[in-house]
Design a protein around this ligand. Sequence first.
Ligand SMILES: [Fe+2]
Ligand SMILES: [Fe+2]
Length: 136
Amino acid sequence: MTMLGGRLIQEHQALDTLFEEIANRVHCGDTAALDESWTALESRLLAHFDYEESHLLPRFESVDPAEALRIREEHKLVRRALQDTGVAIELHTVREQNVEEFLTLLRAHAAREEKLLYPWSSAADAATRAPGTVER
Ligand SMILES: [Fe+2]
Ligand SMILES: [Fe+2]
């Protein structure tokens, strides 16, 4: 898959890498470094969700409303988990298990999008390009 869907998958991979870093920092108890990578994850993940919600889902809703709704609901769940984990990190009460649960939730969400939403986004993106335009 190239184009938009491919770029979004790369973004999922970057978020995953950041999350692995967070898991390692929780494991080591490195609170200053943890705060730093948590802040980075938070802003990047929220920006990613905002992009999906404002640019992809409104168009995808007319193609597959049930799947679009499911994705929006998962975003709500992930946002709540992000908030709860952020508070636990701030209070220095975060446990490795919290982080693992969050990571599992996030990975399942990413896998769901990569199955339907992202392949559709690449096709829709290609369809809106002018004929003869070549992606490089
Ligand atoms: Fe998403
Ligand atoms: Fe995504």
